[in-house]
Write a protein of this length. Structure first.
Length: 429
């Protein structure tokens, strides 16, 4: 069994070592197309597995509730400085354990229970923390949801983009205290300027949830919402390619409230090992090579969308401006749903997730769509040509899904393709 270079220190625990080895093999021998995943650098992994995990540091640099935080304070300050510089922000909080925590902390800081939030509908691309009935957010605040424009057959205006007339009408009618921009399954750029204009028209605050495009923004391949938003939240592990975690940027006027909402409002001790790894990732994202990376992520997604359209899939919104491609499976095969497609592709070595598409007639558990993303395989070095090959293997697997021998053959071809693109090739002894 293959061993990753990162589990060398784990001795005497055969069960854990064996599972790590299995996961290592899975990640490097199959194609990772989950839009929210990436391959972090060995430096990020080293910091995540570092000695900082041993330290309790409730509070903030210079104001901790425990002793022994001289070095930890410097580390967290370094992460905050690198992050404010990266996005041109006035204030940064690097403690949120996840993107979901970061969102709830902003709501908690800027709103009172019962206040109205205008955010994107879940079945059109919004996130659970944008008011899902299953999320605590909908029990504390009152959500009103905007959606995307209707689908059209005009190739110049395919529709399924954020409906700003709908956003403005709802904002005027409902007078939300906060407007949330940002999505989890949406393949277009989101214009922060229009959102700011609408927020100003109705006297609302604006939060930009950049969980997905944070890396594209840092790399300069996407517009930066920081100058327009009262707060920007994001995850550090998606396109930004850092450790699992969240972060918040905000205007100085909101800094104190937001810091208090994260700690002690929601969390206890921060994960200082994750904060060390965030610092590493913020530095990596500030280098010219990261710009080259994010440009390739977008170019790969465009090529992937075009190749998938040529295979007979309908691309939601007609294409992509970012790292995502959202497929409507119904034109390709009316019988095929997202759940079955995801399972077939898993067996073929192609890792994806099913996703609802706008006005999906099927349930969120079944769905008519797949969400695909290019960040991870682009990190592994794949370019437009490889994404063309993946599109054809993906379509073949779905066409021949009843034929086990055909799926096995595709699994072999995927393995051969991945063998040339091991993201950690330079680090394996
Ligand atoms: C991924 C995501 C989040 C939440 O991130 P977690 O780290 O999984 O909690 C929040 N908002 C959006 C838009 C996301 O895509």
């Amino acid at each position: 069994m293959a061993h990753s270079p990162f589990d060398a220190w784990i001795t005497g625990d055969d069960e854990v070592t064996s599972l790590l080895a299995q996961e290592w093999t899975r990640q490097i021998s199959s194609v990772q197309l989950i839009a929210s995943e990436n391959f972090t650098s060995p430096s990020v992994m080293a910091a995540t597995g570092s000695i900082m995990t041993n330290k309790y540091a409730e509070g903030y640099p210079g104001r901790r509730y425990y002793g022994g935080n001289q070095v930890v304070d410097e580390m967290e300050d370094l992460a905050r400085r690198r992050l404010t510089a990266l996005f041109g922000a006035e204030h940064a909080n690097v403690q949120p354990h996840s993107g979901a925590n970061a969102n709830v902390a902003v709501y908690q800081a800027l709103l009172n229970p019962g206040d109205t939030i205008l955010a994107m509908r879940l079945d059109q691309g919004g996130h659970l923390t944008h008011g899902s009935p299953a999320s605590i957010t909908s029990k504390i605040w009152r959500f009103v949801s905007y959606g995307v424009t209707a689908r059209s057959d005009d190739p110049n205006e395919p529709g399924e983009i954020i409906d700003f007339d709908n956003v403005r009408d709802l904002a005027l009618k409902e007078r939300p205290k906060l407007i949330v921009a940002g999505a989890t399954a949406y393949s277009r750029q989101i214009d922060p300027v229009i959102f700011r204009e609408i927020a100003d028209e109705v006297g609302a605050l604006l939060m930009f949830d950049s969980a997905h495009p944070a890396g594209l923004i840092a790399g300069g391949s996407h517009p930066n919402p920081t100058p327009y938003a009262d707060a920007v939240t994001f995850t550090t592990h998606k396109t930004l390619r850092g450790p699992r975690g969240g972060a918040i940027l905000c205007r100085e006027e909101h800094a104190k409230k937001i810091d208090s909402a994260v700690f002690p409002g929601q969390q206890g001790g921060p994960l200082e090992h994750a904060i060390a790894a965030k610092a590493v990732a913020f530095r990596e994202a500030s280098q010219a090579s990261f710009h080259t990376y994010t440009e390739q992520v977008v170019a790969n997604a465009r090529a992937f969308a075009a190749a998938l359209a040529a295979e007979g899939f309908r691309i939601v919104s007609g294409g992509t401006d970012n790292h995502q491609v959202i497929l409507d499976l119904r034109d390709f095969d009316a019988e095929l749903n997202g759940k079955v497609a995801q399972e077939v592709l898993d067996r073929a070595g192609i890792t994806t997730n099913r996703n609802q598409i706008p006005d999906d007639p099927r349930s969120p558990f079944i769905t008519s769509g797949l969400r695909l993303g290019t960040p991870a395989q682009t990190t592994a070095g794949m370019k437009e040509g490889e994404f063309g090959q993946i599109a054809s293997l993906l379509a073949r697997a779905l066409r021949q899904r009843e034929d086990e021998a055909a799926i096995t053959q595709i699994r072999t071809e995927i393995g051969e393709l991945c063998a040339g693109f091991n993201p950690y090739a330079n680090f394996v002894s």
